[in-house]
Design a protein around this ligand. Sequence first.
Ligand SMILES: Cc1ncc(COP(=O)(O)O)c(C=O)c1O
Ligand code: FES
Length: 391
Amino acid sequence: MKEIYLDNNATTKVDEAVFEEMRPYFCDLYGNPSSMHYFGGQVQRKVDEARNRVAALLGALPEEIIFTACGTESDNAAIRSALEVFPERRHIITTRVEHPAVLTLCRNLSKRGYRVTELGVDGEGRLDLDELRSVIDEDTAVVSVMWANNETGVIFPVEEISGIVKEKGKGALFHTDAVQAVGKIPINMATSCIDMLSISGHKLHAPKGTGVLYLRKGVPFRPFMVGGHQEHSRRAGTENTAGIIALGKACELAGHWMEDENTRVRALRDRLQAALLDLIPRARINGGEAERLPNTLSIAFEFVEGEAILMLMSEKGICASSGSACTSGSLEPSHVLRAMGVPFTCAHGSIRFSLSRFTTDGEIDTIIRELPPIIRRLREMSPFGREFLNA
Ligand SMILES: Cc1ncc(COP(=O)(O)O)c(C=O)c1O
Ligand code: FES
C-alpha cells in the first residue's frame, strides 16, 4: 500500500534533489569548514552558498542568517536573547496558540519572575491587535507571534504586528516563528521590520534537525549556545554541514515551487475542503473564515473522535493528524482549538490535512472517497452520533 501523506505540517519528505546536494558531505567532503586547509575551505564555500540561498528566499542579507539545529532552538535563542538584551525588562508578549517551542518557554519564564501576556484569538483563530496595543509597555522586552499556525494554517498579520511593536514598544524586539510560513507564502525581510524569525528545515523538504534564526542586521543579540566561533560567534558548535547545504538547496527549491503551492496545492486543498463539507454533515472548518496557508485544512466532525478517524484512515494508507504532532498522544484537546473556543466535541473530532507539492489529484480523490464512510461508520458506533443519524 502506497501511503497518502497529508501530514506535511508535522514533517515533509526530503526532496530527492536536496538529498543529492547533501550526499557528498558525509563520506567524501567531510572537512570542517573552520579548518585552514583546502579540504575544509571547499565545505566553507558550500556553507556560504547555502547561506546565500536561504537569504535569497527571505529577501535577507547573508549575514542575517544563523544556522541552528531546529525551529525550537531558533525560537528559544530569539526569545532568550531579547531578555538578555533588556535585563531590566520583565514583560513578554506572545499568543495562546503558539507552538510549544515558544509557549512552553514563555510559561517556564513566567515561573521565573517574568510577566507573560498570552494574546487570545477569536473563533476563527484571529488575533485582536487592539489587545496587543493595550498591553505593550516600556517593560516589554520581546513580542513573539507566529506567522502561521501549524494546526489551522491561520496566518497572523505579522508585518502589521511588528509595526505596532516598533511604534509602541519602546525598543522591544519582535520575533516571529515562521516555521510553517517559510516556503508556503512569500516573505520579504527587505521591506519588513521584523527583528528575528525562525525557520525549521524539515517543514520545507530539508532534513530534520536543521534550522535558521534570521537576525536583522544591527539588532543586538546574546547567543544561547556559546563555545567556538562558528556562525560569527552567534551559534557555537561545529556546523551540521550536510544539513546546512541541504537547507540551502531546499530554500532555493521552495522559491521555485512557491507559485505551485499557491495555485495547484491551494486548489487541491480547496477541492478537498468543499467535497468533505458537501459529503459529510455537521463538519466545520477550523479557521475557515481567516486567511490561511494554502496547504492546510483543519476540519472538525461532530460526534466522532479524531484518533479513531486517524486509525481508520491509516488502515487505508492515509496519513493525517489530529492537532499538532507533539500533543497527539495526550487526550487533551488541542490548545489551539481550545483558545479558539471550538466546542469540546468538535475539538476532539478535528483532523488536520496538510498538503505539499508532492500531493496529487488522485490522492485527494481517494480521501474524498474513503473519508465519508469512515465518519458515518464511527457515528453509528457513538451514542450521540446514532442519535444524530436517526434524527
Ligand atoms: C510553528 C512551529 N514552530 C516550531 C516548530 C518546531 O520546529 P522543530 O521541529 O524544527 O524544532 C514546529 C514544528 O513542529 C512548528 O510547527
Ligand atoms: S513538535 Fe511539531 S507539532 Fe509539535
